[in-house]
Design a protein around this ligand. Structure first.
Ligand SMILES: [Zn+2]
Length: 371
């Protein structure tokens, strides 16, 4: 190597180093330091964007049925706000929501199965793996974004995952990762004892188990909420289940109530977070679902490969790094497989470096363009 080559090489190295530092500095530009991610199982995009569907509302023998009084309004905008007030008054105003197919926004799962384990796995792992094809208690072989973060020193022990459905320890493979995944009727065991943990654990035993593997959402939500306030995790995941169970049971009235309750759970988490130093103005909220369901009048009860519309979903984002573009119209399709890399990107982490097949982060929700 002669002297001029050495100078060129040195300059190149300095240039590469400064590009690397520049890229690193850019990653740190996001204000998000914590994630609150809530999912509610199988809530259709139709209810999210249009509110209650008139043909499915129960009829009263006389007068107005209380479900109609609660959720029926003249316009889709009024109906959806009655059903999901926090989503529409806050998330869709100060953040962004995707999936209104009537306005050119499509949100979908890509796994092809359109039921719960493959859907939650696609969201968590960033890919609709073909070998994730049942709702059986099989440990998921694929890396998920919660485990990816839990494996980093700055997030280790600061990831808390809660699911109404008992399958989550398998979906998120907590046996492999050792991270906290509390689901179904399992008592919450963090090694610490608090009165509210003990009360909730007693309720899990004492409440009638209406569905074998899934308590009512209130029990799961309150368990997760107690943990959230006590432990202040940096990454918090909650998956509710009643919006899937009641449709399977043919109860459109209780499906609507469950959607309303899920919206309230999201509000409580968000408002509580904004009152805490750990979270205020540095937390991003994500709200989505694991699959859609069929059309009225019959197929809305079910979902799956053979049920049209089951692949269609919705997703919403709110936080200090997401521009307030509201209800998105005429935008590129977004998919469940993009959520994992998007969640990591808010925190300045690159999930696709660990899982190259994972969907790309959704740029539209990352970074306020005018900042
Ligand atoms: Zn289902």
């Amino acid at each position: 190597m002669n002297k001029s080559h050495f100078v060129i090489l040195s300059l190149t190295m300095v240039l590469c180093l400064s590009i690397a530092i520049g890229a690193n500095a850019q990653e740190k530009q996001f204000k998000t330091e914590n994630i609150i991610f809530v999912m509610t199982d199988g809530l259709r995009w139709q209810e999210v964007f249009q509110g209650a569907e008139e043909s499915l509302l129960p009829e009263a023998k006389s007068g107005i049925h209380p479900i109609r009084a609660a959720y029926w309004r003249d316009t889709p905008e009024e109906r959806r706000e009655a059903l999901m007030p926090f989503t529409w008054q806050v998330m869709a105003k100060e953040g962004q929501i995707f999936g209104n197919q009537d306005k050119g926004s499509i949100s979908q799962v890509t796994n092809g199965y359109n039921f719960s384990y493959p859907g939650f796995s696609e969201v968590a792992c960033g890919f609709g793996y073909k070998d994730v094809d049942s709702n059986n208690k099989i440990y998921n072989p694929h890396l998920n974004v919660f485990e990816f973060l839990h494996n980093m020193p700055e997030y280790n022990g600061k990831v808390g995952c809660f699911g109404a459905w008992q399958l989550f320890p398998w979906i998120l493979n907590s046996k492999r990762s050792g991270m906290l995944v509390n689901a179904g009727y399992e008592p919450l065991d963090t090694g610490k004892s608090y009165p509210e943990y003990e009360l909730l654990n007693r309720m899990k035993r004492e409440t009638t188990h209406y569905w074998g593997g899934e308590p009512f959402d209130s029990i799961t939500f309150e368990t997760s909420f107690a943990y959230f306030k006590r432990e202040q995790p940096r990454v918090f995941f909650l998956a509710l289940g009643e919006t899937d169970e009641w449709p399977h049971g043919g109860r459109y009235d209780l499906y609507l109530h469950a959607a309303r309750q899920a919206d309230n759970a999201v509000r409580l988490l968000w408002e509580t977070a904004q009152s805490m130093d750990q979270y205020r103005d540095k937390t991003t909220l994500i709200y989505s679902t694991d699959h859609g369901r069929g059309y009225a009048p019959e197929e809305w009860k079910s979902h799956g490969e053979e049920i049209a519309n089951s692949e269609n979903t919705w997703m919403a984002f709110l936080g200090p790094d997401t521009e307030a573009l509201g209800e998105r119209e005429n935008v590129d399709r977004v998919t469940a497989s993009q959520i994992a890399a998007t969640l990591a990107a808010f925190l300045g982490e690159d999930f696709r470096a660990a899982v190259p097949e994972a969907g790309m982060p959704i740029d539209d929700v990352l970074g306020k363009k005018n900042n």
